[in-house]
Design a protein around this ligand. Sequence first.
Ligand code: SAM
Length: 225
Amino acid sequence: MSSSMPLSTKIAHVTAIEAGAEKALVKPDAHLDNALSSTAKHGMPPIQVSALQGQFLAIQARLIGAKTVLELGALGGYSTICLAKTGAKVTSIEIDPKHRDVASENLRVAGIEPDIILGDARSVLPELVREGRVFDMVFIDADWGQHADYFDWAVKLTRRNGCIFIDNVVQELITCHGGSVGEGTLIERVGAATNVTATLVPKITGKEGVVDNAFIDGFLLATVN
Ligand SMILES: C[S@@+](CC[C@H](N)C(=O)[O-])C[C@H]1O[C@@H](n2cnc3c(N)ncnc32)[C@H](O)[C@@H]1O
């Protein structure tokens, strides 16, 4: 029966299930609500992780007992708050001074002392490696087109059995590599790495309304062996 169901109907189901799951599984959080409204109030794009995804990240951090997390891309601090509320110390890299300021304010409202490095991840990551910094978890959610290089730096910055989460991997492969997973892509780079175990989790959401009222994407999760 489901195979004959039109794609648009399936997507409508996904959208409704996602909305229902968010309502049932995500507890109200005034600090996260504040981060969302403050991000909108400052005219910043609504490109933070979803509530369910933020909760996924927090669960992931708890599962590995993360005490330290490195985040690429803070925006208004939504995902930073999700991660910091697990008890982990989150260090973020953010290129946009306005985003840094708004995220800092939102973190303070949540009772979290901000640790946001203002700069381009492409130059900050090598600096962190030179300083000998090591994190339990690295969450990459900055600019598309850089994932393969960010992954290499993240491996250097992650402790053994720590994890690396890279968001928007499927979108990056579609928009920057024509849907290929070949030479020069993140997938090829990760596959060639001898010291990581990784998986790709494709996903579909009805929330963003980008492609036929559905947004197709996926993330990569890796552990460092
Ligand atoms: C998708 S948003 C981050 C959303 C945030 N992680 C959340 O879920 O709440 C991407 C952020 O990365 C920042 N960014 C883009 N390119 C960057 C770069 N090269 N280095 C550091 N930050 C960058 C943008 O300014 C933006 O704030």
